[in-house]
Design a protein around this ligand. Sequence first.
Ligand code: NAD
Length: 256
Amino acid sequence: TLQGKRAIVTGSNSGIGLGVAVELAKAGAEIVLNSFTDRDEDHALAARLAAETGVPVRYIAADMSKGADCRALVEKAGGCDILVNNAGIQHVAPVEEFPVEKWDAILAINLSSAFHTTAAALPGMKAKGWGRIINIASAHGLTASPFKSAYVAAKHGVVGLTKTVALEVAGQGITCNAICPGYVLTPLVEAQIPDQMKVHDMDRETVIREVMLQRQPSRQFATTEQLGGTVVFLASAAADQITGTTLSVDGGWTAL
Ligand code: NAD
């Protein structure tokens, strides 16, 4: 159990981040939810998760595209034992047409934020002699697809940062690993299914199998619960000696 551990999950008001926060809460960890939105429903989400799991849950707004916000998130939380760097965005365009502001935003949110939160969280972890840094990278941290230059570059960068941090803190009770999901059924992905069904004139199952999961040999989405379970495993004592590595949850994508 993770009782007595405080976990910060960046970008956790939806999708994988929320799934990770739910599983960490079920495992007994105190939770800090985050996004940049700061709406009433974000605070209500925290209250609901606390009521459902019986652990303390706070929502702290911070914009992961800004380094100072990333560091302030860790400070306002009072430090953390488990840091899950999950916030991320995507943009798809050929490299010569890729909007510069999208490139900058993707690098900032998907890569630099993990540098800032890690730098802010490490002193507290070192003082306690225990810590877990878990970066949500992607199959695109290990392989590429056309038209995703910023995302692929950022996710490869996350894998490099993961290895470097792991080496710097090895032997101090702190591990740093990256999880590399393939396609995960988040609300964002779910919302694309009706359009794809129309465009390809296919039923739901066929469009998922033949179009969306064409590169995922299992032809099945990973779920946010499974990603949460993977984070809980990496936070457990069984994973004490797992550090500086990637764990793929991609239905065989990167085995191809
Ligand atoms: P999502 O859009 O559902 O969630 C993204 C989260 O990041 C949201 O909570 C959003 O509020 C937050 N966020 C976005 N910009 C932010 C900012 N500037 N500051 C703070 N928070 C911000 O997407 P998701 O699919 O759950 O993706 C989560 C992570 O998993 C991302 O890093 C993504 O690259 C990665 N990933 C997703 C998939 C997939 O198939 N869904 C596959 C591989 C990797």
